[in-house]
Design a protein around this ligand. Structure first.
Ligand SMILES: *Cc1c(COP(=O)(O)O)cnc(C)c1O
Length: 404
């Protein structure tokens, strides 16, 4: 059992008042709040350890380098990657996907195929469209059913020897659907295709074991795991990272530069051009320690109880329709209210201190599937409570009565 009131004390922002009301933060799928240990870690780094990494012989630079590389090993262990140099630090999931898609755009040829799904975040759509434009490859889309689940039979039909890479999210940020990625990965591998998993919405909710999944790439962002913004991870299997061409170029990523020919550094530095977000990387490691201290299994089961409770309470309101009713869901609920604009609902409940997200959630193809322009989304974290859900339901009822 989690001691939620004690956990809430770890997050300074949860004491903040919004429009004179206690903050009820249900926008965790956009970004998580940061525990004090993460905030302190950023401060502590700049106060006591700041120097550039992998460069100086001086003690401070070595200390910064050690902290930075320790974070890499921490991520390797947490996600059970085989080797630390398979962990690349990026700006976040978006950059991780761009790095891989850009590399593939140079490896693919006309007639090759890329498979994504209707459930993807724009970050896992647009880079592949660009890769197709550059290479002449074709983009194929796995459709979803009414519950918001991928239709696996259609996926099997799309797969062929022409498929070079399948890029799928682990959990949908809009509907909460947890995708059967192990099966998706196995099926792709049978035909020799690589698989990239967009894990931005998964890694805060449950433990991910990369070697067990056997995916070729796995991406996530620190800020969705209660760490800082502007830093994220790309895991890539060594053989793929060796094969992919460089993404950005400059300092850090080279072995030798002459005007005749430049050679590149080995992994992971080949993909880490320029001075990285050193403090952010170290604090990313801290956020993972923090999550592991609480235990991702405890987090998962507690968040499921919040999801069940909120779903049950929402369904009591007659005009509410939940969008996304997959059998396996993370703690994310999208809904619409008959005849009411999501933005109006979001604005009214904000006056009551409730932070929800409204709109298309960077997933316009999902909106198209349901023939709607947007939803209201409540997404939960382990520091949320049933009492907050009650406040949210009350505020929603008030909004509905004001708008009808
Ligand atoms: C948030 C999110 C992204 C984008 O992550 P950034 O941190 O903004 O780069 C991509 N995919 C999913 C599923 C997300 O939830």
């Amino acid at each position: 059992m989690l001691n939620i009131s004690k956990i809430r004390e770890d997050f300074p922002i949860l004491q903040v008042k919004i429009n004179g009301k206690p903050l009820v933060y249900f926008d965790n799928a956009s970004t998580g709040q940061k525990p004090e240990v993460v905030i302190d870690c950023l401060n502590d780094y700049y106060q006591n350890s700041n120097a550039n990494v992998h460069r100086g012989v001086h003690s401070l630079s070595q200390e910064a380098t050690n902290l930075f590389e320790e974070a890499r090993v921490k991520l390797q262990e947490h996600f059970n990657a085989k080797q630390a140099h398979e962990i690349i630090f990026t700006r976040g999931t978006t950059e991780s996907i761009n790095l891989v898609a850009n590399g593939f755009s140079q490896l693919l040829k006309k007639g090759d195929e890329i498979i994504i799904s209707q459930l993807e975040h724009h970050s896992n759509i647009v880079p592949w469209q660009i890769a197709c434009e550059k290479s002449g490859a074709l983009l194929k889309i796995i459709p979803i059913n009414e519950r918001g689940e991928l239709i696996l039979d259609d996926y099997k039909k799309l797969l062929s020897k022409k498929t070079k890479i399948v890029a799928i999210n682990h959990v949908s940020n809009t509907l909460g659907t947890i995708n059967p990625i192990k099966k998706i990965i196995d099926l792709a591998h049978e035909l020799g295709a690589a698989v990239l998993i967009d894990g931005a919405q998964a890694t805060s909710h449950f433990k991910v074991d990369i070697q067990d999944l056997d995916c070729d790439f796995y991406c996530t962002s620190a800020h969705k795991m209660y760490g800082p913004t502007g830093v994220g991870m790309l895991y890539g299997k060594e053989k793929w990272l060796e094969k992919l061409p460089v993404y950005q170029s400059g300092g850090e990523m080279i072995k030798e530069v002459t005007f005749e020919k430049t050679t590149y550094a080995g992994l992971p530095f080949k993909f880490e051009a320029g001075t990285p977000n050193i403090a952010g990387v170290i604090a990313f490691g801290k956020s993972i320690d923090y999550l592991n201290n609480i235990g991702l299994e405890n987090i998962h089961s507690y968040e499921n109880s919040l999801l069940d409770y909120a779903t049950q309470e929402l369904l009591k309101i007659s005009d509410v329709r939940i969008i996304g009713t997959a059998n396996h869901k993370a703690a994310v609920i999208s809904f619409i209210v008959n005849g009411m604009h999501p933005l109006d609902i979001g604005s009214i409940v904000d006056k009551l201190g409730i932070a929800l997200r409204t709109g298309n959630h960077c997933t316009q193809p999902i909106m198209k599937h349901y023939n709607i322009s947007g939803t209201v989304r409540a997404s939960f974290a382990f520091y949320n409570t049933k009492k907050e859900i009650d406040l949210f339901i009350k505020a929603l009822q008030k909004a509905i009565s004001m708008l009808s």
